[in-house]
Design a protein around this ligand. Structure first.
Ligand code: ATP
Ligand code: ATP
Lengths: 219, 219
């Protein structure tokens, strides 16, 4: 089970920590403000009052063992940069950091952030698309039971046609598109006689549990 | 062409106004700070320095004629509430407003906001899902050419089977799921003999231009 450190429990950190806790992750939340930590204790697996720009604090709390750390500190740009830098220094493999501006984003990448999060920019682009395409879905309505997945074609599938693989009947899975590595093309709604090639990436509509079954069958 | 008023040109307002301008909308951006407006002038159709909590300003600038207004004012909760209230008062049909907290969200709805935007909460939930399902796609890779659309079944389709409608060959469109109004069920990957009922909502993977063709053919 993944250990996730959430640095800063403002809106973004709180909702993230709460949802990850609900999904069963081993979540450690840190915030320098005691009242914020108190408020988070009901919803986040472990919530601790600590200054995330102090290296000893991070080491004492075992943050170096986290699989992922997410720096959600907002208004204090220096704290955000320092914390990100220290998390990489103590060896956290995947550090996500929230940016307040494009300049902040560039600095965060420079100090080692693996992924940048920019809530305002993301929602702005998503809203603009929705206003331009009122009946286009941004988020999939397939939450819970089904999802759209991207998986590299397992070796056992290579050289077979979609008709032979019969994914619809065997796994209740529909192939929406195939991204072909060699030509970097995306083929939508491939036909039954489509042959899978090595390194093809399948974009599937499938029930969540089909992904586990598919992985087994592909071995 | 849609007229969109963007109130506040901080990160969220700026990226929204810029993307809408790129998509060809008639965008009016307002901000009380002159330097912010200056910075936005290159990217937003029209950007004006004005206090959006003053009703005369909104009326003088023709905001009442906007199809959609988006209040992106952040840290000043009172300004956000006042502006939202006034926009509904002058008759803007669709007012979206950014919330800073769940309490703020409730107040905004009470003063008439039609839709609430909560960038931090949205991205937190989306990131949590991505961490739980590393190969699940949150955003569709179908941007540009194809998209996933939700459309109410046109009357001409009712009573016909998917085989008869032959959407794949006629419009290059795949029916991913059907939401049946009467039973409020969502049927994934419907079979060829699935019969369309009145008020069924079709969830389609289709090229963007197929939507226009579909609308024509359905008349
Ligand atoms: N050095 C630090 N160590 C730990 N937490 C910190 C530190 N500095 C700031 N924080 C916390 O980070 C949290 C989020 O930061 P802040 O509120 O500045 O950003 P924000 O952009 O308003 O956040 P949000 O939009 O997520 O509410 C705050 O609760 C704050 O107490
Ligand atoms: N009464 C007002 N009329 C017009 N603009 C306003 C008014 N009050 C605030 N604004 C503007 O709204 C913009 C966004 O607000 P603010 O910066 O407080 O929020 P924010 O949450 O930091 O925004 P973002 O995250 O989008 O950068 C600012 O540029 C500010 O000048």
């Amino acid at each position: 089970m993944k250990r996730i450190a959430v640095i800063g429990l403002g809106n973004f950190g709180f909702y993230l920590g709460r949802e990850l806790t609900r999904q069963g992750f081993d979540v450690l939340g840190l915030d320098v403000r005691k009242e914020v930590v108190q408020h988070a204790k009901n919803d986040i697996a472990v919530a601790v009052t600590a200054d995330a720009t102090q290296k000893e604090n991070l080491l004492d709390l075992g943050v170096a063992e986290a699989d992922v750390a997410v720096v959600t500190i907002g208004t204090n740009m220096l704290a955000s940069i320092l914390s990100t830098f220290l998390l990489k220094e103590i060896g956290v493999r995947n550090v996500y950091a929230k940016a307040l501006s494009e300049e902040h984003e560039r600095i965060l990448r420079r100090v080692g952030a693996d992924q940048i999060l920019f809530p305002e920019k993301d929602l702005a682009l998503s809203l603009a698309r929705r206003l331009a395409n009122p009946n286009m879905l941004e988020y999939l309505p397939f939450i819970g039971d089904h999802g759209i997945f991207e998986v590299e074609a397992p070796p056992a599938f290579v050289g077979k046609t979609l008709r032979e693989l019969d994914l619809i009947n065997r796994f209740g899975t529909q192939v929406l598109a195939v991204r072909q590595a060699r030509s970097d093309t995306l083929t939508f709604i491939p036909k039954a006689d489509f042959v899978i090639r090595p390194a093809d990436v399948l974009i599937l509509l499938a029930p969540n549990q089909a992904m586990a079954q598919l992985n087994k069958a592909a071995q």
